[in-house]
Design a binder for this molecule. Structure first.
Ligand code: NAD
Length: 494
């Protein structure tokens, strides 16, 4: 029997007020129901906001090292439960077990990293232009924050928001993706077990309507969103009109450059992992590869050979290299992009259809797909597909490659494979992206560095690293005048 999950509000597991529910199924076997979840409405959001408001004063005044201790404990509990969570996540969203283990590991890393922040949260002390006056800056929490996350990193992405937001002293209402609510519930339960006080982190399940109700609730001070550009735009528009703080992490159209002087085997490994890891459903997935003309034909042949041999199946099986897409509509979407590529005249080198075979009948499996002869105006090279589809293009030299990589509306991740330091340095300087890898694929973020992108990928914030604290805290400048007299800045300074 499928498990009944609940919302988590004010420290208690509760159903939605209207009693509506939705079903979460396994994308590798749609007959398997992972659980039944509450479909939350504005009234549930209101209840969660109230709980977060009630908890705020006490959490804001809890010493940050104490907050850090709870986060550290959550990290240790995540570690203890890593295998169980990874298996649940593979059943819930399909990616292979070694990747779901990595997803949980990222949350563990983030917990350890952020816990230490409890004893830092550094501001600055500085000079004053006046005598007998002291100046410094300190971080303050923002208040009650609303968090909305996608399904492709069901524990890692929530941890990127929840841990930094908590260490800064905020209280939270968290709406995870409707395709991965079980992983989110387990994550919240771990924080509860770690000793997080009631009301500090509230969980409301639901789909786009619940997300919309959250964004439109007037008492959030901040909305932190990760997901598609389409939805991010709506979130940003509303926050702009209502002057809510807002951080948006959105899509990508990431590219790898392969120079003729590169270690070509390494570049091939990188392209295969970048394009087909997580079934191409990473915001940092490699969907374009620009290859120096001299090695273009041989590189394409090798990549197509590798793509054809990828073992597709249920991510729990040890042999599986690539799992299913997340749901039926995502499979239709990927397929319609592939059809548009063929119609627009690109050459389909392999894949291009639903994957068939034993064990694949009841899942949203799709073949690894490679296109060549792609024109820069085609939809498959301009829009984010979010599936196992990669386009291979020849380039004349490094300048040509950089120009073509930059010819996109997005700017998340880029990579260059080359043994020439001049090429690498040029790429680092000139690629318009939040992340550039040298001799590594476009995927592989680490939690202690800023994560995010330029252009349509984001709105100027960075998650992870020190920069996450800038999303979830407000700066205050403090001046302490111990001269005992009225001193006027800019006027008495000389
Ligand atoms: P999505 O935009 O459809 O949904 C994301 C979240 O927003 C979900 O929780 C969903 O329920 C909610 N939502 C949907 N409509 C809403 C609305 N009108 N108002 C408020 N909330 C709403 O994205 P997805 O399909 O879950 O995820 C895939 C997308 O996420 C891709 O574009 C991918 O590139 C992006 N992504 C970006 C990053 C990053 O850090 N830049 C990381 C992972 C995924």
């Amino acid at each position: 029997m499928a498990k009944n999950y609940l919302n988590h509000i004010d420290g208690k597991w509760v159903p939605s007020i209207a009693g509506k529910t939705f079903k979460d199924t396994n994308p590798a076997d749609w007959n398997e129901v992972i659980g039944i979840f509450p479909e939350s409405g504005p009234e549930d959001i209101e209840r969660a906001v109230q709980a977060a408001e009630n908890a705020y004063e006490s959490w804001r005044l809890t010493p940050p090292p104490t907050r850090g201790e709870i986060i550290l404990k959550a990290g240790l509990l995540l570690k203890q439960n890593k295998e169980r969570l990874a298996r649940l996540m593979t059943r819930e969203m399909g990616k292979v077990l070694k990747e779901t283990r990595g997803d949980v590991q990222e949350a563990i890393d983030m917990a350890y990293y952020v816990a230490g922040e409890g004893r830092r949260l550094f501001g600055q002390t500085t000079t004053s232009e006046l005598k007998n006056k002291f100046a410094m800056s300190v971080r303050m929490p923002v208040g009650v924050c609303g968090l909305i996350t996608p399904w492709n990193f069901p524990v890692a992405i929530p941890s990127w928001k929840v841990f930094p937001a908590l260490i800064c002293g905020n209280t939270l209402v968290f709406k995870p993706a409707e395709d991965t609510p079980a992983s989110a519930s387990e994550f919240v339960e771990i924080l509860r077990q770690a000793g997080l006080p009631p009301g500090v982190l509230n969980l409301v399940h639901g789909g786009p309507k619940t997300g919309e109700a959250l964004v439109h609730h007037p008492r959030f001070r901040l909305i932190s969103f990760t997901g598609s550009c389409e939805v991010g735009r709506l979130v940003g528009e509303h926050c702009g009109r209502t002057l809510k703080r807002c951080s948006l992490e959105m899509g990508g159209k990431n590219a790898q450059i392969v120079m003729a002087d590169a270690d070509l085997n390494l570049a091939l490994e990188g392209a295969v992992w970048g394009a087909f890891g997580t079934t191409g459903q990473r915001c940092t997935a490699t969907s374009r590869v620009y290859i120096e003309r001299k090695v273009y034909d041989s590189f394409c042949r090798a990549l197509v050979r590798r793509a054809k041999n990828i073992h597709i199946g249920n991510g729990l099986k040890p042999r599986t290299e690539m799992g299913p897409l997340i749901n039926e509509s995502q499979r239709e979407r990927v397929h319609s992009y592939v059809s548009s590529g063929i119609e627009e005249g690109a050459h389909l080198e392999c894949g291009g259809g639903f994957a068939q075979g034993a064990g694949l009948k009841r899942g949203y499996f799709y073949q690894p797909t490679v296109f060549t002869h792609v024109d820069p105006k085609m939809k498959i090279i301009r829009e984010e597909i979010f599936g196992p589809v990669v386009c291979l293009m020849p380039v004349k030299d490094v300048e040509d490659a950089i120009r073509q990589v930059n010819d996109t509306a997005y700017g998340l991740s880029t990579s260059i494979y080359s043994r020439d330091v001049n090429h690498a340095m040029r790429a680092i300087r000139d690629l318009e992206a939040g992340i550039t890898y040298v001799n590594g694929p476009t995927i592989g973020a680490e939690v202690h560095l800023p994560f995010g992108g330029v252009k349509n990928t984001g709105n100027g914030h960075r998650e992870a690293g020190q920069t996450a604290l800038d999303i979830f805290s407000e700066w205050k400048s403090v001046f302490i005048d111990y001269s005992g007299k009225l001193q006027k800045a800019q006027i008495d300074a000389d």
